[in-house]
Design a protein around this ligand. Structure first.
Ligand code: RIB
Ligand code: CA
Length: 306
């Protein structure tokens, strides 16, 4: 069974991705939180809410970086609701965050492994970068990273940069420079995958309590995308990233030399620069139908029409 640590800033789309992982045949060794969509207290509470909802007492939550490596925190524009998860205000139950810091959990768990641990990184890469800087030899045992971030000549927080990599471009550069295999799922593929209000409405007609929760959760996020971007639905960036773990044919990847810009107006931009960037497995195209069918069936037990 594949073994994962989920590093995340929940966040509605993070919550979708975590819901997919919770219902999949993988071992989740722990969840580490990072300031991103919301501040660290909010994203950590939301991680606890999700492990409580899915009744997974064996999965521990570790609080991570409160701010980026060098810069001040950047948070999203409220599209995740007042609780950061679509105003669902799920109960935390008796779950409590671990004493150990997320960075130390990452280092100790990876160092004691056989080199089989993979990371699903759904937020800024601050925790990973801090772990690499603190214990490079230990982190060298990490097998691979699936990272939602970046894009090809496109941004969502600025015209040039995607949010996760914009929040902490220095951390992104540390992770890219370190050389662990990275599968980068960027805006160039996530923004192809708009889930429509009609498709979300299928969740409201399902008997499945997971579908009912996520139907409620997506409401402010979909409203945000329809109002701001005038699109017919919402883009669940982190869910596409997680889905690539299970089906290699959803997104096609190409190895490209990618450089992360850390200065000026293009801060956080990911630029394909052969010979100058670092080799990254970059998501280049996506089978949208296959993605939607996979996640609706796997997460909600709903078969979409062919
Ligand atoms: O740009 C989208 C990414 O930034 C997603 O991971 C979202 O959750 C936010 O973290
Ligand atoms: Ca995220």
């Amino acid at each position: 069974m594949r073994r994962f640590i989920i590093d995340t800033d929940p966040g509605i789309d993070d919550a979708f991705a975590i819901g997919l992982m919770m219902q999949s045949d993988v071992e989740i060794l722990g969840i580490t939180t990072v300031s991103g969509n919301n501040g660290i207290d909010s994203v950590t509470t939301n991680a606890l809410r999700l492990v409580n909802f899915f009744n997974r007492p064996e999965i521990s939550v570790y609080e991570g970086a409160r701010k980026p490596i060098l810069r001040e925190s950047g948070t999203s524009d409220g599209c995740h609701g007042t609780d950061g998860m679509g105003n669902t205000y799920l109960p935390v139950g008796n779950r409590i965050v671990e004493e150990k810091h997320a960075v130390d959990f990452l280092i100790e768990t990876i160092d004691s492994s056989e080199g089989d641990i993979e990371i699903l990184a759904l937020g800024p890469l601050t925790n990973l970068a801090l772990a690499i800087q603190k214990a490079p030899e230990a982190m060298r045992k990490l097998k691979q990273i699936y990272s939602m971030g970046g894009g090809v000549n496109h941004g969502n927080i600025t015209p040039f940069a995607e949010f996760n990599y914009w929040v902490d471009p220095e951390a992104t550069q540390v992770v890219f420079d370190f050389g662990i295999p990275i599968r980068m799922v960027g805006l160039n593929v996530t923004e192809e995958c708009i889930i429509s209000p009609d498709e979300f409405a299928l969740l409201s007609r399902s008997e499945n309590p997971v579908a009912a929760l996520y139907y409620q959760m997506q409401k402010p996020y979909t409203a945000h995308y329809m109002n701001r971007d005038k699109i017919n639905g919402a883009i669940i960036h982190d869910l596409l990233t997680a889905s690539t773990i299970f089906d290699d044919s959803i997104v096609s990847f190409e190895t490209q030399d990618v450089r992360v810009e850390t200065e000026g107006e293009k801060r956080g931009a990911t630029l394909i620069e052969p010979g100058n960037g670092k080799p990254v497995s970059l998501g280049m195209s996506v089978d949208v139908k296959k993605y939607k069918s996979f996640v609706f069936e796997k997460m909600f037990r709903i078969k979409l029409k062919a």
